[in-house]
Design a protein around this ligand. Structure first.
Ligand SMILES: C[S@@+](CC[C@H](N)C(=O)[O-])C[C@H]1O[C@@H](n2cnc3c(N)ncnc32)[C@H](O)[C@@H]1O
Length: 318
C-alpha cells in the first residue's frame, strides 16, 4: 500500500513552498532597496500577518527552518511589493497599534502615531488627579476634537471607563473608521466641524483632548506614506505656521470646558513656544504646561480654563 500520487496543485504548491527564513531575507532586501525605513520589522509584521501568527512565533519558525505554504508565500510577496510602493504598513494589515488597542485603519484616515500615546497618557493622568478630588460617583465628560481613527477618544474610554467620551471628526471617510473603533467602546461620535460645536455643549466638558492638523503649509512631508496616504485635512494646520487649527482647538476648548476644566493638544516641537505664549496671554487660561514625548521633545500643551475675574472687569470697562 503506498500513498496516492500528489495532484498537480499539490505539486505546484510544494514547488513554491518557501522556507520562512529565506522568504523574510528576500522581503527585507526588497523593502530595504525601496527605502522603507524599517525593512526587517515590516517584513516580519507582514509575514506574521499573513500566517496569522505572532512575530515571536515567526521567529521560532525561522529558527526551525519551517516552510511557508505556496499560497501564503505568494500573498506575502504581493504585500511586500505593495509595501515597496510605500503603501503604509498599517493599510496593508488594516490595523494600527495604539496603547492597548489595535485600531482599524485604511485609506481616508490618519494613522495614529506613537507620540500621541503620550498625549493620551497625560489626559489619563489628569483625569486621575481630577477624580481624586471628587466623589467616587464622578463621571467626567471628555471630548476628542479631530478624532481620526478614534485613537485618543478610544484610549480614554478604554482606560478611564467611568468617563463619558465624545469624539468629533469632520471627514466622512475618517468618521467611518472612527465609528468602527469607537462603537464597541461606547464613545459617541459626532461628524461635524470642531469649530462649530452646538451651543448646548458649552461649559459641559471636564477634559478636551486633541491632535489637530498642525503642519505648516510649506512643509510637505518627505515620506510618501504620509504625503500620499494621510489625508490632507489631517495634516495641514493652516497658514505659514500651521497654527490656525491648533488655535481653533483652543478656542473651542475654552467654550466647551466647565470652569476649572483642562485641555491638551498635540503640536510640532517648533510650535511649542508660540502655543504656550498664546495660552499664557489668554486671560481665560491658566496653568499652561508643555509636555514632552518619549524622546524629550516639546510635543503638547495643556492649560486650565478658568474665568479670570480681572479680565472680565477689564472687558466690561472697555
Ligand atoms: C492629525 S489628525 C489626528 C487624528 C487622531 N486624533 C490621531 O491622533 O490619530 C487630525 C484629524 O482632525 C480632523 N479634522 C481636520 N479639520 C477638522 C475640523 N475642522 N473639524 C473636525 N475634525 C477635523 C482630520 O480629518 C483628522 O482626522
Amino acid at each position: 500500500m503506498h500513498a496516492p500520487d500528489p495532484t498537480d496543485a499539490q505539486l505546484a504548491a510544494q514547488s513554491a513552498a518557501r522556507e520562512a527564513d529565506q522568504l523574510l531575507s528576500e522581503a527585507t532586501a526588497r523593502l530595504h532597496a525601496a527605502g522603507v525605513p524599517s525593512p526587517r520589522v515590516d517584513a516580519e509584521i507582514l509575514t506574521a500577518h499573513v500566517l496569522g501568527v505572532s512575530r515571536g512565533r515567526l521567529a521560532a519558525m525561522t529558527l526551525a527552518g519551517s516552510a511557508v505554504p505556496a499560497s501564503q508565500a505568494d500573498r506575502i510577496t504581493e504585500l511586500i511589493a505593495e509595501r515597496a510602493e510605500r503603501i503604509p504598513l498599517q493599510h496593508l494589515t488594516g490595523l494600527a497599534p495604539f496603547r492597548h488597542m489595535e485600531l482599524r485603519v485604511g485609506p481616508g484616515v490618519f494613522i495614529p502615531r506613537p507620540e500621541t500615546e503620550q498625549v493620551a497618557q497625560a489626559a489619563l493622568d489628569q483625569l486621575g488627579r481630577m477624580a481624586a478630588q471628587r466623589p467616587a460617583s464622578w463621571r467626567p465628560r471628555v471630548i476628542d476634537l479631530g478624532t481620526g481613527s478614534g485613537a485618543l477618544a478610544g484610549a480614554i474610554a478604554a482606560e478611564h471607563p467611568s468617563a463619558e467620551v465624545h469624539a468629533v471628526e469632520l471627514s466622512p471617510q475618517a468618521a467611518a473608521w472612527a465609528q468602527l473603533n469607537l462603537d464597541p467602546l461606547g464613545v459617541t461620535l459626532h461628524q461635524q466641524d470642531l469649530r462649530e460645536v452646538p451651543e448646548d455643549w458649552e461649559a459641559s466638558f471636564d477634559v478636551v483632548v486633541s491632535n489637530p492638523p498642525y503642519i505648516p503649509a510649506g512643509m510637505v512631508p518627505r515620506e510618501a506614506e504620509v504625503r500620499v496616504h494621510d489625508p490632507e485635512l489631517a495634516l495641514y494646520g493652516g497658514g505659514d505656521d500651521g497654527l490656525i487649527m491648533p488655535r481653533a482647538v483652543i478656542e473651542t476648548a475654552k467654550r466647551l470646558l466647565k470652569p476649572g476644566g483642562w485641555f491638551i493638544l498635540e503640536h510640532a516641537e517648533a510650535q511649542a513656544d508660540a502655543l504656550a505664549e498664546h495660552c499664557r496671554r489668554d486671560p481665560w487660561l491658566s496653568a499652561v504646561s508643555t509636555h514632552q514625548d518619549l524622546t524629550g521633545r516639546d510635543r503638547a500643551t495643556s492649560a486650565v480654563a478658568d474665568l479670570d475675574p480681572a479680565a472680565v472687569v477689564e472687558e466690561w470697562r472697555a
